[in-house]
Design a protein around this ligand. Structure first.
Ligand code: ZN
Ligand code: ZN
Length: 115
């Protein structure tokens, strides 16, 4: 994975950066996976990029995004970038595999895009 790249930045904490491949939203993340070590007993529905919530004292967190289960693209959770239907899909894969999704989901998606 590209996350092993070494950059010569002199930052004291070297955090990995999550970049949405669709909208280019980017942010540092603390953990990728389903069981963030800094939350007490929270298990995510999917492997996700998460950051500790700085305003929460009891292990709160913010989910930034996840990776598409088909192509592995990193996408944020915005409706314009990904869809969660049992697994996370980027919208490119949703469009390519329209037939695999229930009609309601596709219609929902089409509605949201027009708004
Ligand atoms: Zn995005
Ligand atoms: Zn995809």
């Amino acid at each position: 994975m590209a996350s092993a790249e070494k950059h010569g930045h002199g930052e004291e904490k070297r955090k990995e950066v999550f970049v949405c491949q669709n909208c280019r939203f980017s942010a540092h993340y603390d953990y990728f996976g389903r069981k963030p070590p800094f939350t007490k007993s929270f298990v995510l529905m999917e492997e996700a990029f998460v950051v500790k919530d700085p305003f929460s004292a009891d292990g709160g967190m913010i989910t930034l995004g996840s990776s598409c289960c088909i192509c592995g693209a990193r996408v944020c959770l915005s409706q314009g970038c990904s869809l969660f239907y049992t697994k996370r899909f980027c919208l490119t894969c949703v469009k390519r595999n329209m037939k695999e999704f229930p009609k309601e989901i596709i219609e929902e998606l089409a509605k949201k895009r027009k708004e």
